[in-house]
Design a protein around this ligand. Sequence first.
Ligand SMILES: [Zn+2]
Length: 283
Amino acid sequence: MPATAGAPQALEANNARLDAAKVKLDAVLASSEALRVALASPLVAQAIGMIFVDKAFSASSKARMQEMVANIKAALGERLRSLEWMGAATRERALEKLAAMGTKIGYPDKWLDFTDADVGAYPYAENWMRAKAFAVRRDIARLGSPVDRAEWFMSPHIVNAFYNGSGNEIVFPAGILQPPFFDPRADDAVNYGGIGMVIGHEITHGFDDRGRRFDAKGNMTDWWSTEDASRYLDRAGRVERHYGGYVGIEDIAVNGKLTLGENISDIGGARIAWLEARALKFG
Ligand SMILES: [Zn+2]
């Protein structure tokens, strides 16, 4: 499996956890077709994620993604620095937020420990309840502990990506880091056009109509000057009206207000991914 942590002991522990997860999942898979469904439970999903990553996502892909994220973040930084309508104080806070934005790529640095999850060749419902009991025991055991910012809320095999406002972080599970989004054998043009746009989209979510309400630490604070907030809302209103003019089916139009965050992120994401791809080619 790819090297996930710097220290050899941590790597060894991760390998042991991977082996243990494989044994447990083999026992479940061997029992019956219906039990495969039990694997879909998010409670043991990370065990599937471990095996997926082992087969389908390399450390070199992770490194290439880290580089793309850094480049696209830098492209947004340049845009923020040259934005004509934003005042100095807000700009400083926006740049601070961008710099503090965390990135999770592929898989967790530290896998969950499934040693105490008593799942296996049981009926579907029982397996589900055992997985649930394991998750509840784990949650109770960590009550009162500090927030674990390294925790993953989505299993690595899922084809999705997201921005988490309260953690100020962007997350790209290994599931989406496959063709056609990301291809380690393809050149930058292909990857910036695919996952690059997704990276730009998720980063921009940190500054969309909802994301902008969270600060660099992920706290819900208003870091916008009154003037800049009203200039932002004026521009966001134009995006809202523009998309509200698109008719989807028969006479049903897009609700520009409900889709505003996605539309802002699509426009911003495509733009910064393109700016970066162009800079790499012609810069
Ligand atoms: Zn989105």
